[in-house]
Design a protein. Sequence first.
Length: 494
Amino acid sequence: MFFKKLKCDGIALNDIVKISKVIVQPVADIENQSDDNAVSGRTFLHQHRGSKIIQVEAVIPENVFATIDRLNRIFTDKELVLELEEQPDRVYRARFSKMSTPTSFVRNADISFEFEIFDGISNAKHGRIFNFAKNAQGIMEATIVNDGSKAVHVNYEVELAKESGFLGIVTEYGASQFGKVEEVDGVIAEKSVQLASNKAGNFANWTNGTVFYENQTKKSVTTMTADTQFGGRLGILPGSFTNSANGRQFGAIKELALSESAQNWYLWAKAWFETGQVDQTGAWCLAVVDSNNNFIAGMAIEKTNTTQNQATVHFLLGDGAGGSRSVHYINFTPSKYIPPNPYGEDSKNENRNMFDIRKEEDKVTFFWYGKYFVFYESKIRSVNANRIQFFVGQYIGRSTAGQLVTRMYLNDFSFTKIKVPYWKDIPNRYKTGSILQVFGEEGRLYVDNQVALSDEILGTRYIKVPPGETKIQLLVSSFSEIKRATAEIKEAFS
């Protein structure tokens, strides 16, 4: 093939010398390797294409030495990009190989020089871009059309609309994978949601109750209030009141309707139960009730002894049908001191008068004095807490003026819904909006312009596409989505 105009690294050689002929070897040298077999004859093994030569014949009109020096500066010690005007869409990558001796060193010197194209091919100057689109199965797919005569590498650019754990590139000739297919988008996790919090006497959202469902013999005959004294307290009763309802216990009820029900929950509070005289009696009870007004669990503090300063803590469990039973009790002295009273004035002042109850399915755990007591009741496994009730009062036959326990209060209180399932997102390897670029010839993945060497999975192949049509599919995590994707090739010609 004969041409007359040649550029080298963008420099028009026609402006330096008068080119008379550019000869491009049409086909690179081919070497076929075969195996001789006495039985079946010769068997083809492999074909090797050698280099290709571009020869230039030209005339140097004048300044021969200076022109040769200039040509040497352009040609020597580097890879050159050669462009023929007659092939505007192609380039050759070559090395300068030799130059003839000029026929004159004065003017009008004939000269020739050669370039060797080691891979024996020319490449398209500009790439061809193919867009991916979803096929009938919803998979991003593109068909690459290679109109060249050689298999070429492919460059991919993928922009994610949703995060993904991996990127797969699949063709009939092999596949590439980056990241891990087994990465998940998230997991079902558990969290806690606080439904109530009352501190420093702020019990304004508690309302007066009429029936105490843990034990309906505890009657409401007066009104309970709260204030901010002594750090806040709920359970203040009038100076005196009578058993007008003839209850076994009589006093007042406060209750709090929860903003949402809770099958599993954690109740935390501070109690104050302290006598002023040995013969005083009184009843204190905090109860959790379901939407059917059946008691679930709670704690009671009671003093019935009139001759000794002894009170009892009861851990209470329901039976799913409205019943209540004491599953454990502890006797203690309700004095102001600690020890022996975890709910006395000294304990309150040292911020040590807290207790808690935790329900998890059928397991209920009570806290007392640094110890935990665990009980199980299958009948309350699936019931939901709907309301909290608090009762303070006196026993039948006893006076409320002088014979009632001096201090029976609830200080701080909180109620938390626990083990609430929710979808916890796990950040994936390739985040939403990431741009993934796979450069085939370089054999690397870039994520947001940063090379990601460790993401390549063992066995990945950077597939070349041969002349003709090649279908390519892109795979991402099931929870992911590709916003856009392109494939680009630069065709090569023998």
